[in-house]
Design a protein around this ligand. Structure first.
Ligand code: GUN
Length: 291
């Protein structure tokens, strides 16, 4: 079994991005600029957004953090989105999810200018991706495909089973994995799938993206499979300073011995998700998606 070191690959990609930022700045242009909108004080969202801002600094991007309290109205948030849409000094922005219940996430997502939608959540970007047009692709699927590529993992003709059908991970990933650049034969499994263990055992590449800690057990994995663990559930821990630790969707102890490659949690998919947002922002700055 080989560990897929997402942290190492993400760090290499960050260095590549930093070189490109230097070239841009040396030409006398402004560096790429990402903004993040954060509503409220959810612990997970605070952490993720802080990482996004930190990542920008590390590659030389400009970043802006825009905060609202939980009681912000939908109209106020829509007005901010509109302002960011029209800000020529900004290449892309994200509105961190989840949002408070009184705000329609879908309405906010659809208000974002697709040309600045570096999360790739806008229906226009999702639709363009489905039919193979240049698009911003959501960060986790983008990062996983890049990880497989950089590890030279054969995907063509392979059976890829994705457990989970979320709009952010499972579904877009199923489209990417079936595209001509990847050529996998894709099955999307979910809570209503019959004989899930058997379906998973058929996978050459098994991707767990259900958000249930340690859901994938040893008996669900074929000998020699490639296992990608997207799970990042916070569970209580008395061994860490923060009082919690991350758990993946794969029972690592049982699965690791059976597979050819596996991503650890943390240090696998997570860092690739983070770096993909930087890649999308760079694509936007270079106008490579919408020319
Ligand atoms: N919440 C969890 N993941 C994400 C993400 O990738 N983007 C945004 N905007 N919110 C999230």
């Amino acid at each position: 079994m080989k560990l897929i070191d997402g942290k190492k690959i993400a760090s290499e990609i960050k260095q590549e991005i930093a070189v490109q930022v230097n070239e841009i700045v040396e030409r006398g242009e402004r560096p790429p600029h990402l903004a993040a909108v954060l509503v409220g004080h959810d612990g997970g969202s605070e952490t993720y957004v802080a990482f996004k801002i930190k990542d920008c600094g590390e590659v030389g991007f400009k970043s802006s953090l825009i905060r609202f309290e939980d009681n912000v109205t939908e109209d106020e948030l829509l007005a901010k989105v509109n302002e960011l849409n029209n800000d020529d000094n900004l290449d892309g922005f994200i509105v961190q999810l989840p949002l408070p219940k009184h705000i329609s996430e879908q309405k906010i997502i659809e208000a974002i200018n697709p040309k600045k939608d570096v999360d790739g959540f806008h229906p226009e970007n999702v639709g363009r991706m489905v039919i193979g047009l240049p698009s911003f692709v959501s960060a986790t699927p983008f990062g996983i495909v890049e990880l497989l590529k950089r590890y030279n993992i054969e995907t063509s003709g392979k059976n890829c089973v994705i457990v989970g059908r979320s709009n952010i991970v499972g579904r877009p990933l199923s489209v990417l994995m079936s595209q001509k650049a990847v050529n996998a034969t894709v099955t999307v499994a979910h809570s209503r799938t019959h004989n899930l263990e058997e379906v998973c055992r058929n996978a050459d590449i098994l991707i767990a993206a259900i958000g249930v800690p340690e859901f994938v057990k040893g008996n669900m994995v074929k000998e020699g499979a490639v296992v990608i663990d997207v799970g990042t559930t916070r569970v209580k821990s008395d061994k860490t300073k923060s009082g919690w630790k991350l758990k993946g969707d794969v029972l690592f102890e049982e699965v690791a011995d059976k597979c050819s490659y596996i991503t650890p949690v943390p240090g696998g998919v997570g860092p690739m998700t983070r770096v993909s947002l930087l890649l999308n922002t760079m694509l936007s700055a270079k106008k490579e998606i919408y020319k």
